[in-house]
Write a protein that binds this ligand. Sequence first.
Ligand SMILES: NC(=O)c1ccc[n+]([C@@H]2O[C@H](COP(=O)([O-])OP(=O)(O)OC[C@H]3O[C@@H](n4cnc5c(N)ncnc54)[C@H](OP(=O)(O)O)[C@@H]3O)[C@@H](O)[C@H]2O)c1
Length: 246
Amino acid sequence: MARTQGEGGTALVFGASGGIGRAFADALLQKPEVTRVLGTSRDPARLAESVEPIALDVGDPLSISRAGDEIRQIAQELDLVLYCIGILHDDEHGLAPEKRVEDVDPAAVAHSFAVNALAPLLLARELAHLLPRRARCIWGNLSARVGSIGDNRMGGWYSYRASKAAQNMVTRNLAIELGRRHRGLACIALHPGTVATPLSAPFRSADAEGVVTPEEAVENLLAVIDGLTAKDTGKFFAWDGSEIPW
Ligand SMILES: NC(=O)c1ccc[n+]([C@@H]2O[C@H](COP(=O)([O-])OP(=O)(O)OC[C@H]3O[C@@H](n4cnc5c(N)ncnc54)[C@H](OP(=O)(O)O)[C@@H]3O)[C@@H](O)[C@H]2O)c1
């Protein structure tokens, strides 16, 4: 992450309590060019000690605007923003990956859309103006390959696939609009691979081939992020740097 005029390397990790978000926060805290890491959780006590804690429940629009106020008060500029919040299953909301169309529950789908797709849009509404105008900066939304329409050959998982496809459109739209006033911005979607976290736990065996730890996933993704320039904005990248069709 390049230093910018003003504050320098301020990173914001939404969902810094989760498997991938926490590994991102830990790795960023080790980078000399990163001067501070702000992180969110519904329960900030879950965050690592060196992370500046922000309470955020993206299922609640009031919480989103309060977190926006708080972040604007403590940070003048954001050089790296990573949206690592996401849900695939959630007992509280009756959400589970649907095998058949008959399994679709409207309230559960609505919650999935609120968390995976609407929240990053509302957070960009709150915070996009904190991105530097000219210096290199990154807004990365953690997506998933299964959110690719072009890559969908298996079907199923209606709420997760559709909410990630909607998130992907949000990412692409933001890239186009924000790129007009933030000339160094790379606004991108990222697929981390299959990562051993609570999100994926019910749907993989612990020793399944190709499953990586959050730390490995973040090492891969940071290599992608470190190589980004404004020319990459509006793209969807996998963990190995390859482009995924929308
Ligand atoms: N793991 C994988 O294999 C995999 C594969 C492809 C894509 N991804 C994507 O990568 C991202 C991170 O996933 P992960 O595997 O790290 O998941 P995880 O370990 O389950 O973490 C989920 C994160 O989302 C936050 N969260 C959930 N509901 C929230 C809400 N209502 N308000 C605020 N925060 C909320 C949690 O924070 P609190 O509970 O502390 O509030 C936690 O930080 C997700 O977007 C996921 O779709 C993961």
